[in-house]
Design a binder for this molecule. Structure first.
Ligand SMILES: Nc1ncnc2c1ncn2[C@@H]1O[C@H](COP(=O)(O)OP(=O)(O)OP(=O)(O)O)[C@@H](O)[C@H]1O
Length: 265
C-alpha cells in the first residue's frame, strides 16, 4: 500500500548547516496497517511524513501509494490519496469558512472543481450524518464559521475532513499534542473510530509512548534519520513502555536519560 524506498532528505545541502534528516529510509505498510512513529526531537518523524505528503522534494529514493509512483509529484497531486492532520488545530481548516464549506472543500480534494463551493441538500444530509460521528453537536451548526470552534472541535473536524475523501493513507503528526488531556482522549477515540470504520492505512507520530503501544498494530522508532526499531505482532502486544525504552537503548547503544524525558513528554 505505502512503499517508502531509500528516501533521503538533506536540508541545507552544501551549506555549513547541512543536515541529513532522513538517511535512506525504507518502510512498507500493508493496507489497513496502523503504524505509530516515535523518536526523540529531531529524529526525522515529521520529515518522513512531509516527504510522503510531498511538502518538499526528496533528495533520493521513491514513494509509492497503492502502486502509484508519487516521487516528484507536488502535494496537490497527492491530495486524493493522502489525508493529513497536523498538531496545530488551526492548520487543517479555514477559519473564515463555514463547517459545511470546509467539509465540501475536503470532500472534493483531488477532484477537479470550479471556484464555488456548492452544498446542496443531499450533501448537507451526508455531512450531518458524518458530523454526528463526532458526538459534538456540530451537525446542527453547519453554517457556523469554523473560527468559532474550540481547538478540540476544530481538530475533530480536521480529522473528519482528512478522511472524508477516503484517502489511501492517513498521516497524523502529533495531532493531539496541542489539546488538553480530556479533549486529546476524545480525539484519540475518534481517530480509532474513523480509522476502524474506513480500515485506513495510518502513520501516526506521537511522543506519548503509552499511546504509541496502545494504538495501531505496529510501532517504529526513529533516531537521527533512521528507523532503528520496528515492532509488531505479539512482541508488541506484550511490550511495556519500559521495555520499549530499553530496546531503544540497546538499538542505539546509549543511555536514555534525555530520551526518556523527550519521548514521554
Ligand atoms: N524545513 C527545514 N529546514 C531545515 N531543517 C529542517 C527542516 N525541517 C526539519 N529540519 C531538521 O531535520 C531534522 C529532523 O526534523 P523533524 O522535524 O523531522 O524531527 P522530528 O522527529 O519530527 O522532531 P520533533 O519530535 O521535535 O517534532 C532536525 O534536525 C530538524 O532541525
Amino acid at each position: 500500500m505505502l512503499k517508502v524506498s531509500g528516501v533521503r532528505k538533506v536540508f541545507g545541502q552544501g551549506t555549513v548547516n547541512e543536515n541529513i534528516a532522513l538517511r535512506d529510509v525504507d518502510l512498507e505498510l500493508d493496507a489497513g496497517e496502523f503504524v505509530t512513529v516515535i523518536g526523540s526531537n529531531g529524529a526525522g518523524k515529521s520529515t518522513l511524513l512531509n516527504s510522503i505528503a510531498g511538502t518538499f522534494p526528496i533528495n533520493k529514493g521513491s514513494i509509492e501509494v497503492n502502486g502509484i509512483e508519487l516521487t516528484g509529484e507536488p502535494d496537490y497531486k497527492r491530495a486524493g490519496l493522502i489525508g493529513r492532520v497536523f498538531q496545530d488545530p488551526l492548520e487543517g481548516t479555514a477559519a473564515s469558512m463555514s463547517i459545511e464549506e470546509n467539509l465540501a472543500m475536503a470532500a472534493d480534494r483531488g477532484k477537479r472543481r470550479g471556484l464555488s463551493i456548492g452544498v446542496d441538500s443531499e450533501r448537507r444530509d451526508e455531512f450531518k450524518e458524518y458530523l454526528s460521528l463526532l458526538g459534538l453537536g456540530l451537525e446542527d451548526r453547519l453554517t457556523d464559521k469554523v473560527g468559532l470552534l474550540s481547538g478540540g472541535q476544530r481538530q475533530s473536524l480536521t480529522l473528519l475532513m482528512a478522511t472524508i475523501a477516503k484517502p489511501k493513507v492517513l498521516l497524523l503528526d502529533e495531532h493531539t499534542a496541542a489539546l488538553d488531556p480530556k479533549t486529546a482522549e476524545q480525539v484519540i477515540d475518534l481517530t480509532n473510530k474513523i480509522v476502524g470504520k474506513h480500515n485506513l492505512t495510518v502513520l501516526m507520530v506521537t511522543h506519548d509512548l503509552t499511546q504509541a503501544l496502545d494504538m495501531g498494530t505496529r510501532t517504529i522508532m526513529m533516531d537521527t534519520g533512521e528507523i532503528v526499531l520496528d515492532i509488531k505482532g505479539s512482541a508488541r502486544s506484550h511490550m511495556t513502555v519500559e521495555e520499549l525504552l530499553d530496546k531503544f537503548a540497546q538499538a542505539q547503544g546509549k543511555e536514555l536519560t534525555n530520551d526518556r524525558m523527550l519521548l514521554a513528554q
